[in-house]
Design a binder for this molecule. Structure first.
Ligand code: NAD
Ligand code: IPM
Ligand code: MN
Length: 329
């Protein structure tokens, strides 16, 4: 059984080191195989997603990925983020689960991950106008909404479908499809919410949400907001799943160039992504729950600066390993 590890850029390698240590101790039978990806791969191979990295990901049981992105390439033709978009698309991981939990809040954002504005036609017109287009095939909308209904059914039974149906045709397709599927899920209470209001509701009354299902762009923005109201980006993990094949597990946050190299990045989001990998990728729910519990313990026992404490990445990770009684090494 192989898990491919893509350490990423900026704080990526720092939080990935903490995560792979815990993973290798919790699941010693799993082979961890590191591959180049992102800015490091552009420097070494001229492309953010080299062919051997992609084929290793395809044949793995799961992929654990650190954040990518480097200011050096922000204005370049070839950028780390292009490799990430291609990897998500090649793996077909259309269902991106972004859980957010805190006192009185327990929600999951189900973000469509391989369509919409990120993957529509783009270009430059002769007059210099630059355009990106939001495109959705009905099948893409149906499968992600279905994922939302199924998840809601397994939780509190409340599904909020977030769109901009007062303006966008893709959102009207989204809303029609949600209502058609609702007939198949009489046990799930469906609510439509416009995305601007959803942002306001998430900021002011996040406790009302159970499962939120939305498109790629809205889900990107709302998931940072959901993280902000539940302790910050340092705590926010994600799982990106397809119907068959390996899932991709990565934190919601980016490469945080402002703190990279200081040893103070919070590894919790990465460790909780390992917990999601244990649950959804390796089907080991007990190990997943133990790790999530240990991270919760470390948040109080050894908080990093983003949590108002002064622990470094290693100290936080040690507190997690201590709580799991992983004292080896
Ligand atoms: P960011 O998430 O990297 O950082 C936003 C803020 O949150 C910064 O102040 C940062 O220090 C802080 N932060 C983020 N993660 C943290 C952690 N684990 N511990 C403590 N503090 C943390 O967002 P950004 O600055 O807008 O983007 C930086 C780069 O990351 C860009 O190149 C962007 O494209 C990339 N990015 C990648 C991913 C990904 O790989 N999935 C996600 C988001 C952004
Ligand atoms: C995320 C990130 C990515 C996205 C970027 C880096 C392409 O912001 O995973 O949330 O927008 O999906
Ligand atoms: Mn994002």
């Amino acid at each position: 059984m192989t898990v491919v590890v893509l350490p990423g850029d900026g704080i990526g390698p720092e939080v990935t080191a903490a995560a792979t240590r815990v993973l290798s101790e919790l699941a010693p039978d799993v082979d961890l195989e590191e591959h180049q990806f992102g800015a490091a791969a552009i420097r070494a191979a001229g492309t953010p997603l080299p062919d051997d990295t992609l084929s290793a990901c395809r044949s793995a049981q799961a992929v654990l990925k650190g954040p990518v992105g480097d200011p050096e390439f922000d204005a370049a033709e070839v950028r780390p983020e292009q490799g990430l978009l291609r990897l998500r698309s090649e793996l077909g991981v259309y269902a991106n689960l972004r859980p957010a939990r805190a006192d009185g809040i327990d929600l999951v954002i189900v973000r469509e991950l391989v369509g919409g504005l990120y993957y529509g036609e783009r270009g430059v017109r002769p007059d210099g106008t630059v355009y990106d287009t939001c495109e959705y095939h009905p099948d893409q909308v149906e499968r992600i909404l279905r994922h939302g209904f199924e998840l809601a059914r397994s939780r509190e039974g409340r599904l909020t479908s977030v769109d901009k149906a007062n303006v966008l045709d893709t959102s009207r397709l989204w809303r029609r499809t949600a209502h058609r599927l609702a007939e198949e899920y009489p046990d799930v209470a469906l609510t439509d919410m416009l995305v601007d209001n959803a942002a306001m509701q998430l900021a002011t009354a996040p406790g009302q949400f159970d499962v939120v299902v939305t498109d790629n762009m809205f889900g990107d923005i709302l998931s940072d907001l959901a993280a902000a109201v539940t302790g910050g980006l340092g705590l926010a993990p994600s799982a990106s799943l397809s119907d068959h094949g390996p899932g991709l597990f990565e934190p919601v946050h980016g490469s945080a160039p402002d703190i990279a190299g200081h040893g103070i990045a919070n590894p919790a989001a990465m460790l909780l992504s390992v917990a999601l990998l244990l649950e959804h990728g390796l089907h080991r729910p007990d190990d997943a729950a133990a790790l999530a519990g240990a991270v919760e313990h470390a948040v109080t026992a050894a908080p990093t600066p983003d949590l108002g404490g002064s622990a470094g990445t290693d100290e936080f990770a040690s507190a997690v390993r201590g709580a799991l009684q992983l004292t080896r090494g």
